[in-house]
Ligand binder design. Structure first.
Ligand SMILES: [Zn+2]
Length: 117
């Protein structure tokens, strides 16, 4: 991968990381506000809880994405970005454009998701 591509992918990764961090922060803020407003409001508790659970799920998957993004940024700094962590093959640029923080090539990803029995 040439330097120009590497720089532009790194830019996308940093931008996405900022986006995710902002999202996590604002979700956290909303939860804090909600607990203030809804003190003593028992009617809405059931629906409210499931909403909160959704927030937690979102935060968990966002965390995984965030980890991968941090990892990808670290790799970009060492110019090791764009290589599969499993088989060391170059990940096609089209795939990186779709998921810039991907750690594996399509073959390895598919094998991880559908292990042979
Ligand atoms: Zn691979």
């Amino acid at each position: 991968m040439n330097k120009k591509d590497l720089t532009s992918f790194k830019k996308i990764l940093i931008q996405k990381r900022t986006e995710l961090l902002n999202k996590t922060n604002s979700a956290q803020r909303e939860m804090d506000n909600d607990s203030d407003i809804n003190v003593g409001d028992e009617i809405d508790t059931a629906s409210h809880n499931s909403e909160k659970e959704m927030y937690f799920e979102l935060a968990a998957s966002d965390k995984i994405t965030l980890d991968s993004i941090n990892c990808a940024i670290a790799k970009a700094e060492k110019a090791a970005y764009g290589k599969c962590e499993c088989c060391d093959n170059i990940i096609p640029k089209e795939r990186l454009k779709a998921i810039p923080w991907t750690r594996y090539c399509i073959q390895c990803q598919e094998e991880a998701e559908n292990p042979k029995k």
